[in-house]
Structure formats: structure tokens, C-alpha cells
Design a protein around this ligand. Structure first.
Ligand code: GTP
Length: 360
């Protein structure tokens, strides 16, 4: 089976613990067993539905137009999200033509360590075959590992009118729910309308990843307290490399605000790379000193601060509430300390587990 895999991005770093995320506590060169144990997200769907494009655009900064030249995937591609990212897991891209449930394929083994299956449906194409494959996949996977999250991306939505998008989503959602109810399968997939040509794909992936972060409720509570004490409208805790938000406060997410915050990261990184790095120095242009305030012409302010090596806090607030920015800076220091504690606890717990194991 191993021969079926093609690997790229061999930078395996990070301590995920059990299906979690955490600080970078380990150096490169993890043993193979640890790599295998990383949480996995499977990208599935029919041929040419857009699976490889999604992971290239979200995790490899490929421009959407460049995906036009991607060749069809012929082998399972295991993609380890690189050491420069907080979001560390494996994404397995399954070729559309592969029969996942072929008896020669050890699917039971690989499904045991899978956190989520992202099933991509080309919304511009006929959906009957895609739906059949989706229902068949859910039914079989559920028997083996009922804990897997099912995430359905109704993809290539850029080619559809707003009405058409809603119809497609309703249609797919309804047929899937009915089919699963008829088969007595107690699974409730989530549906997202996505496109690589806008931020919808980043937003959808953020939600997929968040379900796999055990500390999510704590992070959300911390963000809620932070924004209410600092008179901030919206705050995102963003993975700087992928621009996936790993948590946000409990107010609803508006796509434009997320786009703004995500664009701000690009601006800060670009300016730092061009003007902040010394000659011949390489890097992301992001460190403990990274922070930025941008005043917009609509009376709002964007505020960015480094939280740790991988994460930034990006907030949107009214300019009139920015007069006491000393208070915001102080609250941020408290917030940052709390975040450090959340993840150091996890690391300590993992360390303690290992020590107990050793003693036994
Ligand atoms: N309009 C539009 N086209 C997209 C989008 N995402 C992917 N595509 C195009 O869809 C085509 C197929 O994309 P791939 O990523 O190769 O599809 P795949 O699912 O990996 O295909 P296989 O490897 O054959 O399984 C490419 O030409 C992409 O440019 C999207 O959001 N909108």
C-alpha cells in the first residue's frame, strides 16, 4: 500500500498530541510512527472536482489561476502541513478515480486515524454521480469509524448565480439528509459553498480545522472576554501561514471582515519581508515584534499582534474605541499569557503521559 503514496513537504515538525494542536516543541525529523499518528483530513470526491486545487491554494499559496494547469492526481498524495504552520496535520488527497473501498486497499487501517473527510462536489457539473459516491462513502466509513466528521464542499461556486448557489446547496443537503435517514445512518454532515477564487475556501477550511481543535471552547471564551473588555467588534486568531482562523469570538462571522483581517496579514508579512529582513536573511518576516495598526477610511481600525510563532490576533474595532489603545495593549498581554497557558498545559499533559508510560 505504501507504494501508492507520493509525499511532498517533508518538513515534519510539531507536537500535536492526540488529535490536537500545540506549540512547536519538537525538532525536525520525527520518527515515521509519529508522522503516521498525525491527525488526518482526507480530501475525496469525483475526478476534477477540485481537490488538489483546494489544498494547493490554501496550504501552498498557489494562485487560483495556476490550478488550471494541475494534472490529474494518479496516486494518494500525503501532504504534511509544514513546520511553519500552527495547523499541523496531514492532508491526504485521493485521486477521483480511486476506489477507496477496494478490498486490496487497507482502508480500515487508514480510517482509524482520520479526523475529517472533506468531500468535494463540483457544483458546476451534474451532481448525481457525486451524490451517490458521497452517500456510499459516508455509509461505509460510518461502519468503521463513526467519529469522523463529514464535511461537504459544494465547490466551484464562482460559476453560479446567487440563486443557483442556494438551490444547489438545498438540493444536495436535502438529498443527503434523506438518504442517510432512510439508511438509518446517524451522521450529520456539514455543508459549505466554496470556491478557490474567493475567501470561502479559507473560511470553510477554518471551520473544518476548528472541529479538530480540542481547546476551541477555551480559545473562544478568551476571545469573547478580550473583545468585550477592549471594545472590539470582531477578533480572529489566525494561523499566519495558511490564514486559516483557528478561533474567533462568538459573534457571527461576516465574510468581508474575515477577508479584511486576512488581507492585513498579507500586508504585514509583505512589508516585513521587503523592509524588515536584513540582507541575505530568509524567513517569513514574522516575529515577537510583529504588530500593526491600520486606520481605514470608514472609521474602523485593524489591529494585529503576534501571539506566538504561528498565530496572530487580528481585530476590527471602531476608531472611536481606539482612543484607549493602552488598555487594548494591556488586555492583549493578558490574553497572550492565557493562550500560552492553554497550550503549555497541553504540552505538559502530553509530557506527563509519556513519563508515566516510561515508568510502566
Ligand atoms: N471555477 C473554478 N474552477 C476550479 C475551482 N477549484 C478547482 N477548479 C478547477 O478544476 C479543475 C480540476 O481541479 P483539480 O484540483 O485538478 O481536481 P481534482 O479533484 O484534484 O482532480 P483529480 O486529481 O482528477 O481527482 C482545474 O482546472 C481547476 O482550476 C473553483 O473553485 N472554481
Amino acid at each position: 500500500m505504501e507504494d501508492n503514496y507520493e509525499e511532498y513537504d517533508n518538513a515534519f515538525v510539531g507536537n500535536l498530541g492526540d488529535m490536537g494542536y500545540g506549540e512547536d516543541t519538537q525538532a525536525a525529523g520525527e520518527p515515521a510512527s509519529q508522522i503516521e499518528n498525525k491527525p488526518k483530513i482526507f480530501l475525496m470526491g469525483l475526478k476534477r472536482s477540485g481537490k488538489s486545487s483546494i489544498q494547493k491554494v490554501v496550504f501552498h499559496k498557489m494562485l487560483p489561476n495556476e490550478t488550471l494547469f494541475l494534472e490529474s492526481t494518479s496516486k494518494v498524495v500525503k501532504n504534511d502541513i509544514s513546520n511553519s504552520s500552527f495547523v499541523q496535520f496531514q492532508i491526504w488527497d485521493f485521486p477521483g478515480q480511486l476506489d477507496f473501498f477496494d478490498p486490496s486497499f487497507d482502508y480500515e487501517y487508514i480510517l482509524n486515524n482520520c479526523g475529517a473527510i472533506v468531500f468535494v462536489i463540483d457544483a458546476q457539473d451534474e451532481i448525481i454521480e457525486a451524490l451517490q459516491k458521497l452517500h456510499q462513502t459516508i455509509a461505509k466509513v460510518y461502519q468503521i469509524n463513526p467519529n469522523i466528521h463529514f464535511e461537504v464542499f459544494i465547490h466551484k461556486s464562482d460559476g453560479l448565480s446567487d440563486d443557483h448557489k442556494i438551490d444547489r446547496q438545498r438540493d444536495i443537503q436535502q438529498k443527503t439528509t434523506e438518504e442517510l435517514a432512510d439508511a438509518n445512518i446517524n451522521v450529520h454532515p456539514s455543508f459549505y459553498v466554496t470556491s478557490i477564487y474567493d475567501h470561502s475556501i479559507f473560511e470553510a477550511f477554518s471551520k473544518v480545522i476548528q472541529k479538530l481543535i480540542p481547546q476551541l471552547p477555551t480559545l473562544e471564551n478568551l476571545l469573547d472576554v478580550f473583545i468585550s473588555r477592549s471594545r472590539i467588534e470582531k477578533a480572529f486568531l489566525v494561523d499566519v501561514v495558511s490564514k486559516i482562523y483557528v478561533a474567533t469570538d462568538n459573534s457571527p462571522v461576516d465574510m468581508q471582515t474575515y477577508e479584511l483581517c486576512s488581507d492585513m496579514i498579507d500586508v504585514v508579512i509583505d512589508v516585513s519581508c521587503i523592509y524588515g529582513l536584513k540582507e541575505e536573511e530568509e524567513g517569513l518576516g514574522y516575529d515577537q515584534e510583529s504588530h500593526s495598526v491600520i486606520k481605514l477610511n470608514n472609521g474602523m481600525v485593524l489591529y494585529l499582534k503576534e501571539v506566538n510563532k504561528y498565530l496572530a490576533l487580528v481585530c476590527l474595532l471602531r476608531e472611536s474605541n481606539f482612543d484607549k489603545h493602552g488598555l487594548i495593549d494591556y488586555n492583549f498581554i493578558c490574553f497572550k499569557k492565557a493562550i500560552e497557558e492553554v497550550f503549555s498545559r497541553k504540552t505538559t499533559k502530553a509530557g506527563a503521559k509519556k513519563t508515566i508510560k516510561k515508568a510502566n
